[in-house]
Ligand binder design. Structure first.
Ligand code: FES
Ligand code: FES
Length: 175
């Protein structure tokens, strides 16, 4: 006698929507992130793109070591999930120089004022200074005092001089 077909229990698996990925630009190049949409941008930049200039320090948006530009505005990459970046343009410290590697006026000033001590905070400092000069081409004391990034080496006076140096160079018509 033929056996009845086995009873298959109903599946308890809930189908997930298909991941189509997140398109974004980094330093002017297009990328697709098809992994976890909750991954912080900082992880993706450092571990997937090998853009290790941007640093991990506090991880809670308090120090600025992970600062990058998103659509031209400074943001903390440690706090930004990849899903917040669809269609957006990210600039890291590696993207501040021209495509042929020529330093910007700010980077030149950073070198000539010897602004760096240990260097750990410096990617974030450069990004914050770049954004400041975009908004205030000739920043005064109030704007410089309001820069949020921390430097445990206390290199603030040298970085401040570098920003003023870059602002003066721009006033003279340099890029
Ligand atoms: S590591 Fe992101 S703000 Fe400190
Ligand atoms: S240069 Fe060392 S933490 Fe800023």
């Amino acid at each position: 006698m033929a056996q009845p077909p086995p009873q298959v229990p109903p599946s308890t698996i809930t189908p997930q929507p298909k991941r189509t990925g997140i398109h974004l630009a980094v330093n002017g190049k297009p990328y697709l992130h098809a992994g976890d949409p909750e991954m912080p941008l900082l992880w993706w930049l450092r571990d997937y793109l090998q853009l290790t200039g941007t640093k991990y320090a506090c991880g809670i948006g308090a120090c600025g070591a992970c600062m990058v530009l998103v659509d031209g505005k400074p943001e903390h990459a440690c706090l930004l999930p990849m899903q917040a970046l669809a269609g957006r343009a990210v600039t890291t410290v590696e993207g501040l120089a021209a495509s042929d590697g020529t330093f910007s006026a700010l980077q030149d000033a950073w070198v000539s004022e010897d602004a760096i001590q240990c260097g750990y905070c410096q990617a974030g400092q450069l990004i914050a200074a770049h954004a400041l000069l975009r908004k205030h081409p000739q920043p005064g004391d109030a704007e410089l005092d309001a820069l949020p990034n921390l430097c445990r080496c206390g290199a603030y006076p040298r970085m401040r001089r570098a920003i003023q140096h870059a602002a003066a160079a721009r006033k003279d018509g340099k890029p």
